[in-house]
Every structure is written in structure tokens, then in C-alpha cells.
Write a protein that binds this ligand. Structure first.
Ligand SMILES: NC(=O)c1ccc[n+]([C@@H]2O[C@H](COP(=O)([O-])OP(=O)(O)OC[C@H]3O[C@@H](n4cnc5c(N)ncnc54)[C@H](OP(=O)(O)O)[C@@H]3O)[C@@H](O)[C@H]2O)c1
Length: 145
């Protein structure tokens, strides 16, 4: 689940739903916003979910807490080997939030990860992410605006 800014909304609901129904499959949330101190939306809920074992991994990117911008796609690439393993094991990849810049950059990060950790050529990475994952297997789903 990649949901920076307002994109967090559906993933909060996903986690609540999974907790209520006792679902145990692993999940991983990437959240980003400007400052941890003021913009970590529902941070307390996500910490509690981690503690309860209903959220397995949380990666945060606070863009303005340091001199250089750090965005969700940078966290994806830092953990690219692990993210690739999750995809190979059948993970669903959901993106919600800004369509103009974020979703495009997240898509590009997926291509980079498929090439770097999946050993794919740029053409094979495009085929895997944009066709196999998105259309054939329907495991790459976006709600962007
Ligand atoms: N119509 C409405 O009522 C309404 C309400 C809310 C949002 N929106 C629109 O919805 C979209 C999402 O806004 P949002 O409030 O959810 O937050 P956002 O503008 O997407 O910002 C959330 C985080 O994403 C970062 N970010 C900026 N560029 C990025 C990129 N290329 N890749 C990854 N992360 C990036 C921001 O960093 P920096 O800011 O530090 O660059 C910030 O840390 C925007 O287009 C916004 O204008 C509309």
C-alpha cells in the first residue's frame, strides 16, 4: 500500500477491515507527507496496528524534515530487494493519492525495481509492471487523482 498525503484514506480502512475480520496475511504501508511532527496522519493508529500485528511493515517518507526531499518512491527503492520478493510471492500493489507526480514516480520506481532486482531489461520491466501485474494479474491497482 502506497498512500502519501490524502492517499492514506483507503489504507486506513483496509487495515481496520482486516483487523476486524482477523485477516493475517502480511501487509506493508508506505506513507509520506511533509513533516513527521504535524503531518503523520493516523500515525498513532498505524503504530498500534503494528503492535497488534495487523500492519507488518511501515515505511515513512517525510519530505521536508531534512535538506533533501525524501518521497515514498525513495523508500520503495531503498527496500527494492524486499519489495521485489513480496511481488514475486504474489503481493498486491495499491497506490492512492496524487496522480500528477507521485503516481508516475511510483510507477517509475516499480520499473527500476523490476530491472534491478528482477533482472529485467527496460522492455521486460515495462511488460511485467504495466501488463502482467496491472492487466493480466490485476495486482497493481491505483486510485489516483
Ligand atoms: N481538491 C481537493 O479538495 C484536494 C484536497 C487535497 C488534495 N488535493 C490534491 O490531491 C493531490 C494530493 O494531495 P495531498 O494533500 O494528498 O498531498 P501531496 O501534495 O501528494 O503531498 C503528500 C506528500 O507527497 C510529497 N510529494 C510531492 N511530490 C511527490 C512526488 N513526485 N512523489 C512522491 N511524493 C511526492 C509531498 O512532498 P512536498 O510537498 O514536500 O514536495 C508530501 O510529502 C494534490 O494534487 C492535491 O492538489 C485536492
Amino acid at each position: 500500500m502506497v498512500g502519501p498525503g490524502t492517499g492514506i484514506a483507503p489504507f486506513r480502512a483496509f487495515l481496520q477491515h482486516r483487523a476486524k475480520h482477523g485477516h493475517t496475511g502480511r501487509n506493508w504501508l508506505f506513507f509520506g507527507d511533509q513533516h513527521a511532527a504535524t503531518d503523520f496522519l493516523y500515525g498513532d493508529e498505524f503504530a498500534a496496528a503494528q503492535k497488534a500485528g495487523t500492519l507488518h511493515k511501515l515505511s515513512t517518507a517525510f519530505s521536508r524534515d531534512q535538506a533533501e526531499k525524501i518521497y515514498v518512491q525513495h523508500r520503495m527503492e531503498q527496500d527494492g530487494a524486499e519489495l521485489w520478493r513480496w511481488l514475486e510471492k504474489g503481493a498486491y500493489f495499491y497506490v492512492c493519492g496524487d496522480a500528477k507526480r507521485m503516481a508516475k514516480d511510483v510507477h517509475q520506481a516499480l520499473l527500476t525495481i523490476a530491472a534491478k532486482h528482477g533482472g529485467k531489461t527496460p522492455e521486460q520491466a515495462e511488460e511485467y509492471i504495466s501488463v502482467t501485474l496491472s492487466k493480466t494479474e490485476k495486482r497493481y491497482l491505483k486510485d489516483v487523482y
